[in-house]
Design a protein around this ligand. Structure first.
Ligand code: SAM
Length: 439
């Protein structure tokens, strides 16, 4: 194992100044939501501009780009647009589903016809009530009965579409709107009921979003066609990235990823409405039954979750061990969560090293935070882990974080997300780092 100078890592980070060219402060919302990027909300997705710049700096057309924490597919969409083959993994079937739809351009004329047909069917035909959804206790907790019936009506019309790609496209629009039409408190990072939310307009909300997606698909399709990238492969697989990757040694040209953060987002909880709704549909979502029925077990496998039992394994970082020890005195459960997180990330970094080609780069977008007054130096820990695994430090970029978080504030004493009104607040991720490591 290479010897790693910890003091040097810590002082490198202290001396770093934010790089203006990486903040993308002037980038407008219409740019970050261009193409298929705005199909579905997703917590902590990175802005496409970061991926674009990394792809331009470190790859050529035809290279294979890999994102082991692929989320809703930002890396894949940008790779396809720029003519790079891409592969993503995610443990969350909802992420896999969204990413798949986002990298699947559809002939705009065909889509227009189907959208027209679908809109008309909402006007003409009678409501279809599925008993399954009305019997589901958890759906009844999140939706009014009347809303479930209306959503079922929309769902039944979409399911009739014969073309699978087009059907999935509209199911993605449907999934995006589940939160809007439920009792879910929209700005909350935790599943919370909004008592003031009443009488959602299900059909018009669906049509509005679907219409905007139809326009975005056209942009994406024409852009890919112009650059001859319609056939460029982009695939996302349902995988646990703390386990051995089903990839050959030295097979990847670039890794671009933003891993989950510890105790920040419970991704499984945040996507439960989609899992609940689609989970019962064995025809269209075969492998979803298990996560939907065994939700409690399923959510334990996410990196960064607080639902996981204590893991055995190597943290692979003295900086990390010190953080875990300091937290142990203050909050044993939190110390366990952070320890699990470092162990999982160490496993993922080892696999990233194995599959990357020699001389190629892994770019990790990661931020630090503070929990119970202890600095959680995720970026420094990741750097130490990666160097110990064998990566060479190529470049570390510090960048100001634009407003990507729904709630960027944490309470200083509890470490929990809090509102802007709390005087005891601290910005959770003011800066983040892009660790560019070379194999
Ligand atoms: C910060 S998000 C990535 C967002 C992504 N960059 C995007 O723009 O959509 C982290 C992702 O890691 C996924 N994840 C968590 N644990 C995982 C695991 N064990 N294996 C694979 N993916 C995992 C989460 O589901 C989440 O989608």
């Amino acid at each position: 194992m290479p010897t790693v100078d910890i003091k040097n890592i810590l002082s490198t980070f202290v001396a770093l100044e934010p790089k203006k060219s990486w903040s993308f402060k002037d980038v407008t919302r219409s740019e970050t939501t261009a193409l298929t990027h705005s199909y579905h909300r997703y917590p902590a997705k990175f802005i496409p501009n970061i991926v674009e710049k990394l792809l331009n700096d470190f790859t050529s057309e035809g290279d294979l780009v890999f994102d082991p924490f692929g989320g809703c597919g930002t890396t894949l969409v940008e790779s396809k647009r720029l003519g790079r083959k891409s592969l993503g993994f995610d443990i969350n079937p909802v992420a896999q589903f969204i990413a798949e739809v986002k990298v699947t351009p559809i002939n705009p004329e065909k889509l227009d016809i189907e959208f027209e047909r679908l809109s008309i069917s909402f006007l003409k035909e009678k409501t279809v009530i599925s008993k399954n959804h009305l019997k589901n206790e958890r759906l009844l907790y999140w939706f009014e009965k009347k809303t479930i019936k209306e959503l079922d009506f929309i769902y039944s019309k979409i399911k009739k579409i014969k073309d699978t790609k087009i059907k999935k496209f509209f199911l993605c629009a449907f999934s995006h709107n589940l939160k809007n039409t439920s009792r879910w408190l929209m700005k909350s990072t935790k599943p919370t009921v909004d008592k003031n939310k009443k009488n959602p307009q299900t059909v018009s909300t669906f049509l509005r979003h679907a219409r905007s997606m139809v326009k975005k698909n056209q942009q994406f399709y024409l852009n890919l066609k112009k650059d001859k990238n319609l056939q460029t492969p982009a695939k996302i697989l349902l995988r646990d990235s703390t386990k051995k990757f089903p990839l050959k040694n030295n097979s990847v040209d670039l890794i671009v990823t933003s891993p989950p953060y510890v105790t920040s987002y419970e991704y499984a909880d945040l996507h439960q409405l989609t899992l609940l709704w689609f989970g019962g549909d064995n025809q269209n979502f075969k492998n979803w039954e298990n996560p939907s029925n065994n939700f409690i077990e399923f959510r334990k496998n996410f990196v960064g979750t607080s639902y996981k039992n204590k893991q055995k394994g190597e943290i692979g970082s003295s900086i990390g061990l010190d953080i875990v020890d300091r937290l142990f005195v203050l909050d044993k459960a939190l110390s366990k969560d952070v320890s699990n997180y470092f162990i999982d990330m160490n496993l993922a970094f080892s696999e990233m090293y194995r599959v990357l080609k020699s001389g190629k780069h892994a770019c990790i977008v990661i931020g630090n935070t503070q929990l119970k007054g202890v600095d959680i130096l995720n970026a420094e820990v990741a750097t130490e882990q990666m160097l110990k695994i064998g990566f060479k430090k190529y470049q570390i970029i510090k960048r100001e974080v634009p407003n990507k978080m729904i709630t960027p504030w944490r309470d200083i004493s509890t470490g929990k997300f809090t509102s802007i009104k709390n005087p005891n607040k601290k910005c959770a991720y003011e800066y983040e780092y892009i660790l560019v490591m070379e194999k």
